[in-house]
Design a protein around this ligand. Structure first.
Ligand code: SF4
Ligand code: SF4
Length: 177
């Protein structure tokens, strides 16, 4: 099935700029899907990729509260996948001072090996530059800024939990004398 993503008229210009930055660049210069057999594309009917404001798709969309999740069967035309798919496993997070940076999307820690092996993976610098630019563009719009703040909160919660668990499971270093 080919996935078609459309955007609300109000945001066409913004999305055109953002998609242009991110459509053809990926976190690794190689296809990470080959390494993990595309784990992030193997959702269940209750899981999906979060749609950004004004983003619409002909995939099945599940709504929970204000969230809209696109649920797919693991196939799409790469050129028209949702923005969340283009940027996974990263997100342009925004801190309390309004500063935007790129961080792992720790909500996907159980799925994506790039997150758990982040310290030994060599990432594509162009992808980071473009995602940061895209994040700054999006955050100029109040609706997107609020969306990014809400997602950042969820990511930070997941990050804290992940770091706590990793710390607890780290083998104790023995003192050598
Ligand atoms: S789960 Fe991570 S490593 Fe695998 S395809 Fe998705 S982004 Fe790439
Ligand atoms: S829409 Fe495409 S990129 Fe996104 S999860 Fe589905 S198959 Fe993967």
């Amino acid at each position: 099935m080919l996935v078609k993503v459309t955007v609300s008229d109000n945001y066409t210009k913004l999305y055109n700029k953002v998609y242009a930055l991110l459509r053809n660049t990926t976190p690794l210069t190689a296809d990470c899907g080959i390494l993990c057999e595309r784990r992030c594309c193997k959702g269940t009917e209750n899981k999906g990729m979060l749609l950004f404001p004004g983003e619409n798709t002909d995939l099945e969309v599940k709504e929970t509260g204000e969230k809209r999740l696109a649920v797919c069967e693991g196939n799409c035309s790469r050129g028209s996948r949702p923005l969340s798919c283009m940027i996974f496993p990263f997100f342009p997070v925004i801190d309390e001072q309004g500063i935007i940076s790129v961080d792992f999307d720790y909500r996907g820690v159980s799925v994506c090996p790039l997150i758990t092996n982040g310290d030994v993976v060599s990432f594509n610098k162009k992808f980071f530059r473009n995602l940061l630019k895209a994040g700054k563009l999006l955050a100029k719009n109040d609706k997107f800024r609020k969306f990014m703040e809400d997602v950042t909160e969820e990511i930070n919660e997941a990050k804290e939990l992940y770091q706590r668990i990793s710390k607890q499971n780290r083998p104790e270093t023995k003192n050598r004398s």
